[in-house]
Ligand binder design. Structure first.
Ligand code: NAP
Length: 247
């Protein structure tokens, strides 16, 4: 039997990049997938790939920064599947700028999606998971939430917030057998990092001990471990997937 057979996983930011890889990995492990994203057409590409693995896929268009949209999306998941066992809060954006030039809009948008979006995702599933007395919540943070990064005041603050939120949620939900953990990727090859200059990529590469960039599948493998029943004694943890970049 596959480790996640019969489980249902909600994954935000599922249309591409790390979110898509998480959907595919959890599907390979047997879970039905509900993918949430703003980009409905691209989300359907993920859906087709997930269904090829022999599980069900429900595509939901929602903006994670909107509390009501997330609540409605998760309600549809509950109507479609028997339970909600795994919630992966992955959707995130960057709006990089030096602090001195950063606009209020750049700050607000990144915090709304990256931090409030995780709060909205946790809120949307917490009651169902505590009632069923089981659940796995995995939040995608970033190593820059631990180290800071030039040009990313908004992004690093949002990811540091995700780490604090993860630990508090882990403490509050632990007695109901709901674990809450964070995965902190380093430099992963996705559309998010594609637009970076050659100079920025070279600088990043020189700071990675294993000597190469990470792949979305590297992150998905750790999420899949945290989602398993036998990861029950791991909670409030932040696992770096960064080739040693931030050690
Ligand atoms: P990505 O390729 O840009 O994918 C992110 C996905 O989230 C996109 O499909 C995007 O849709 C969607 N999204 C954006 N805003 C949303 C919203 N408000 N509601 C719902 N979906 C939304 O990014 P990625 O590299 O896979 O990153 C995934 C997560 O990993 C993020 O939280 C990111 O911060 C984190 N991370 C990435 C790296 C890295 O090196 N790639 C490193 C550390 C952490 P649109 O394309 O339509 O906006």
């Amino acid at each position: 039997m596959k480790p996640l057979e019969g489980k249902t996983a909600v994954v935000t930011g599922a249309a591409q990049g790390i979110g898509r890889a998480i959907c595919l990995r959890l599907a390979e492990d047997g879970a039905n997938i509900a993918g949430v994203d703003v980009a409905q057409d691209v989300l359907e590409e993920t859906g087709a790939m997930v269904r090829e693995k022999g599980v069900q896929f429900l595509g939901l268009q929602a903006d994670v920064s909107r509390f009501d949209q997330m609540r409605e999306a998760v309600a549809k998941v509950a109507q479609t599947f028997e339970s909600i066992d795994i919630m992966v809060n992955n959707a995130g954006i960057t709006r990089d700028n030096f602090l001195i030039r950063m606009s209020e809009e750049e700050w607000d948008r990144v915090l709304a999606i990256n931090l409030k979006g995780v709060f909205n995702g946790i809120k949307a599933v917490a009651r169902t998971m505590t009632k069923q007395r089981s659940g796995r919540i995995v939040n995608i943070a970033s190593v820059v939430g631990m180290t800071g990064n030039v040009g990313q005041a908004n992004y690093s603050a949002s990811k540091a917030g995700v780490i604090g939120l993860t630990k508090t949620a882990a403490k509050e939900l632990a007695k109901r057998n709901v674990t809450v953990n964070a995965v902190a990727p380093g430099f992963i090859v996705t559309p998010m990092t594609d637009h970076l200059s050659e100079e920025a990529r070279e600088a990043a590469l020189s700071s990675i001990p294993v000597g190469c960039f990470g792949q979305s599948e590297d992150v998905a493998a750790v999420v899949a471990f945290l989602a398993r029943t036998d990861a029950a004694y791991v909670t409030g943890e932040v696992i770096r997937v960064d080739g040693g970049m931030a050690m």
